[in-house]
Design a protein around this ligand. Sequence first.
Ligand SMILES: [Mg+2]
Length: 128
Amino acid sequence: MAARKAGLIALFDVDGTLTAPRKESTPQMLKFMQELRKVVTVGVVGGSDLVKISEQLGNTVTNDYDYVFSENGLVAHKDGKLIGKQSLKSYLGDEKLKMTKKYLDGMQMICRNLLTLPSITLLTWIFQ
Ligand SMILES: [Mg+2]
């Protein structure tokens, strides 16, 4: 087997990339990923928890890939071992978490309102 390329990691999203959204991966995709792992370090990244990612990529997922980042990277496995775990609540604290949620809610409202404005109003606003 050829040596894997040092200093290079290929990261893949799970839903919509390695699998159809929320579905299991195909045997062909799983085989391809293992072939790829022979030549480069491979990691997978998903928004779901490890239970869901295991349902999609197989229950040996943490051993099948060099890195598995579940919960959008809040939980990290390397070579089958847990190497990191974080929660937004403990990292940010209650106050910053509330501020972040308030900010995101505000941004969501702005985006929603922009999409419902008549286009002439939007263009006027943009070119002011
Ligand atoms: Mg995706």
